[in-house]
Design a binder for this molecule. Structure first.
Ligand SMILES: Cc1cc2nc3c(=O)[nH]c(=O)nc-3n(C[C@H](O)[C@H](O)[C@H](O)COP(=O)(O)OP(=O)(O)OC[C@H]3O[C@@H](n4cnc5c(N)ncnc54)[C@H](O)[C@@H]3O)c2cc1C
Length: 453
């Protein structure tokens, strides 16, 4: 065998798995294969004219100790930067205006929802818990508990912001499992919040956490992890197939070479994983190919501060569908992380596309920037052209845990049982956040180390 383990995919998931495999087995026992010329997958950052531009993710919530330990082991602890407290203020665009999302009692006076919508939301504690376990979409769950209007405007916008997804298509149990547990354990969401406050128990939603990045942007995390792996990281190296051999697996590469190992960690997006295991386990390949992805385009725009009338005091805003804007939302990045724009300038990151508007990802660079400027500039009182405009395109950016996801996960579990030493990890299965990727990578490492021992 060439190695003990081959990790396929050098995004955050593959890098985290490789880091802990290197600790358990020694760096010489593994190799990580990455198609691209550098590490990170959808997570990376560029430094351009004094701006720090994140390609996709802009950070993670500091509530997952495993992410903090990984970063600490990589020597990133001194470079940690927490978001400004203004990040707590969030806005939703409705009827031509930005409305701050408020908690009660301010919520009752906010015109974000109609009076009827607000009253219906207040009835949440009276809504009985659902019996049985038939899968619900996020929209079904939310409209049952808080009413259709709040589900459409507030939850619909949140789902776009997190998944670039359509709340009617996505599975509640897979996208927000903790909220489902809140209903099951406490009978409702308000009841759960009250009980948690009274008992000062840890919330089933987990501690809320603060958005966190690093000096140089969130891309510092994969960059540092890849550097630490050294020769155990191969770029411009695409795996094309995995097949069983005596005592392990052979991984074919696009250049015609083959590498062998006793175990393989597949940390690519699901559509790429499908191609890798087509010959090895056809039902798993079909399940993987069935996981849809939403394309997203991130437009980073930098303006002189005095060209923007809006105070940008908050995280940014989201746009539910059915309004007169095509953009999905905007993060006021330089409010969260002032170091990401040069002094005297602001950085705004706008999302376009997502599952409800795939055509937006097909716009030319010029058309996409023009669209964003046409919608954003009047809303935020911006005069003049941006001093920086850059697009990051993620044609298959975020996996969508649609209804039926459980059956796909079952097929993968069966493949792992049928093919000992083969493990799937990454954002396509049990959580899309960076923290979820880290937790899943730990599980993958545990399974591989147990198998090898
Ligand atoms: C626009 C956007 C915004 C986001 N915002 C946030 C956020 O604010 N907070 C947060 O927590 N999360 C966020 N996320 C999600 C988070 O960034 C991702 O879930 C995470 O980066 C995924 O990491 P991964 O390693 O699982 O997958 P990927 O990043 O997709 O990495 C997979 C890697 O596999 C490689 N690969 C594919 N095929 C092969 C092959 N055949 N051989 C070798 N290598 C291969 C790819 O080149 C890639 O590098 C965001 C995502 C996007 C797209």
């Amino acid at each position: 065998m060439d190695k003990e383990v081959i990790v396929i995919g050098g995004g955050v998931s593959g890098l985290c798995a490789a880091h802990y495999l290197a600790i358990s087995l020694g760096k010489a026992s593994l190799v990580t294969l990455e198609t691209g010329p550098g590490p990170g997958g959808t997570t990376g950052s560029d430094s351009v004219d004094g701006y720090i531009l994140d390609w996709g993710s802009n950070g993670f919530l500091d509530r997952e100790p495993l992410t903090a330990s990984w970063a600490e082991e990589l020597g990133l602890a001194p470079d940690t930067i927490k978001a400004n407290t203004a990040a707590a203020k969030r806005f939703i665009y409705r009827n031509g205006k930005l409305h701050q999302v408020r908690m009660p009692p301010g919520f009752f006076l906010s015109p974000l929802l109609s009076v009827r919508g607000r009253l219906r939301l207040c009835c949440e504690p009276l809504i009985p818990q659902i019996k049985g376990d038939s899968p619900e979409s996020i929209f079904e769950f939310a409209s049952r508990r808080i009413g259709r209007e709040a589900a459409r405007i507030m939850v619909g916008a949140m789902v776009l912001g997190i998944y670039g997804g359509d709340a009617h298509q996505l599975s509640m149990a897979h996208c927000f499992p903790r909220m489902v547990r809140m209903e099951q354990e406490y009978g409702g969401l308000f009841k759960a919040l009250m009980a948690i406050r009274k008992n000062r128990k840890a919330s089933p939603m987990g501690p809320p956490g603060t958005l966190t990045t690093y000096k140089g942007g969130i891309g510092a995390l994969p960059m540092r992890a890849a550097t630490a792996l050294g020769d155990a990281m191969l770029y411009n190296t695409s795996a094309t197939a995995i097949r069983p051999i005596e005592g392990g697996y052979a991984v074919s590469l696009a250049d015609g070479e083959t590498l062998s190992a006793r175990a393989v960690v597949v940390a690519t997006p699901a559509h790429a994983a499908a191609g890798l295991v087509r010959g090895l386990h056809p039902p798993a390949a079909r399940a993987l190919a069935d996981i849809p992805y939403a394309g997203l385009t991130v437009a980073c725009l930098g303006y002189p501060r005095d060209a923007v009338r809006h105070d940008l005091d908050g995280f940014g805003f989201l746009v539910p569908r059915g309004q007169d804007l095509r953009l999905l939302g905007c993060i006021w990045t330089s409010t969260l992380f002032p170091f990401q724009a040069p002094r005297g300038s602001v950085l705004l990151r706008v999302m376009l596309g997502g599952a409800p508007d795939p055509d937006a990802n097909l716009l030319s660079d010029e058309a996409a920037v023009n669209l964003v400027r046409r919608e954003l500039e009047p809303l935020l009182g911006i005069t003049g052209a941006p001093e920086l405009a850059r697009l990051y395109r993620h044609p298959r950016g975020i996996p969508q845990y649609t209804l039926g996801h459980e059956a796909r996960l079952d097929a993968l579990d069966k493949a792992e049982t049928a093919c000992p030493g083969l493990v799937f990890t990454g954002n396509a299965y049990r959580g899309i956040g960076l923290n979820d990727c880290v937790v899943a990578a730990h599980r993958a490492v545990e399974a591989v180390v147990k198998y090898l021992n």
